[in-house]
Design a protein. Sequence first.
Length: 570
Amino acid sequence: MSVSETDIVSRSLVAVVDIGSNGIRFSISSKAPHHARIMPTVYKDRLGISLFDVQYMNGNSKRPIPREIIVEICNAIQRFKLICEDFGVSHDFVKVVACEATRDIINCKELIDEIYKATNWHVTVFNKNQECDIGCYGVISSFNLVSGLFIDVGGGSFILSWIQCKNGVVKVSSSPVTLPYGVGVISRRIQTEDIKDLFSEIRDAVSKAILSINIPEELVEHAKATGGFDVYTCGGGMRSLGHLLISQEEDGGYPIQTIINGYVCSSEKFAKTVDYLLLKGHIPGNDTSKIFKVSEKRSKQLPTLGLLMSATVEALPRLKSMHFCDGGVREGLLYSSIPNSIRSQDPIMISTKPYAPMRVDKYLKLLMTSLPDTGIPRLILDRVAPAVCNLAFVHAGYPKELQPTAALHVADTGIIAGCHGLSHKIRALVGIALCERWGGDVPDNEHVYKKKLENLIMNQRLSAAFKEDSLDYDKKMNAKIVWWTRYVGMVMFLICGVNPGGNIRDNLFSFSINESDNGTPMEIIIKLNKNDLKTSASVRSRIMVLQRKVRKLSKGSLLKAKVMVEYLDE
């Protein structure tokens, strides 16, 4: 039997069946080296059976999983097996895993045996430490850089640990703590127990647990220097809480509402919201309103999460920011299996690389000459500028009126929206810069959206110190990031307009920089060959646009710049 092209491709596909406490998830993902870091998924499905709820269907007494539920689960997995065959996934690359909800089932062995009889697939049931490790890897895969505390809230358990990833090297606590405070457990206990006593119990248990996970001194010192710990969260309940926080933004002002992965909020806002849920017993505002991506079941669990997380926040050391992610068992299994060299890759680079124009390195090199040698945030140099160069011509075939708008949405609903591992911050920055690359002329409603993206950046906390000078520093640094992001896009409008064919011609035009001194504006000097056919009136008009835009960008800003032209005879 000859090896077909489909067979060759399928060798990179991995299938996962995740038997969780609130549902059974099916997925097929690619591990091909060129994009393994962002783990693109080619198929997803979910069976909405909560094994935790099924065990307590008749009250607080635990019962075995009924036969009809086992049959339904086996049928769903058999169907997925056929889908795996359609995709050409080898049986050797199928993983069926189960966590605490399955581990604690009275008739766990019966369920596992029936799945094997139906599919010939073995089920791996994680112990508590394995479950924590996989959860940590799933969260780490969801971000570019990670360093802080880790919280996983499931149906039956609450996991606390610490995580860190630098240059692809993952470090997690060797002594994570699993507590019996899952959303399902607390929901049952809250019906018969005193809330104050339960709050105190959770707070005391988390206070003890934080001492047991042995946080490295490096993380402690970093938290002291920046004003608190970053906390990375996962689990369906926490994602619902994240969507609630997004919905509570003033006037629905948060721009990226459809993607929970990469959302971050201040610890103060988080604490205020969970305290409200605890004290009021319902969501802020009209508790009958539907929250996007929060089911009726999850909505009813939010007050329970308020109790759990209010007690947790009180027990933990000083916090700075809460990070929400979509990473779970599937992402954890995949990320744990790839080498450090791939883990260390930047998701924004991997997701944009397939769209890079010919000789993208020359575009980036010329762009860099328009930047001063000092004072540019690394975020701009290392991530925003290269990503914009990669995406510079993606919208070239769009109608002129649509190009800036489509570019603005490239990372929230556009071609890289589905990329795993992007924060809302980098999504916003790339959208803003790419919009400017196409001239930045958008309709009024899109202009409002663009301002919301800028506000997303402006409101990010770089430190958690409760001091006016600290808050002022955050605002100044974020304003600087937005300014340079827009500037990079504006310069690319000129570069790409002069060199649209993917080839930078040397000596056509070049940049030189006179950096600002004692408050004087930075001078961007464009040296232009006046007699070259390529520097016609259309090119000069683009330079005039750049001059006007940079002048407007500098107005009212702490950063000042002006564009000047120096004509060359040869």
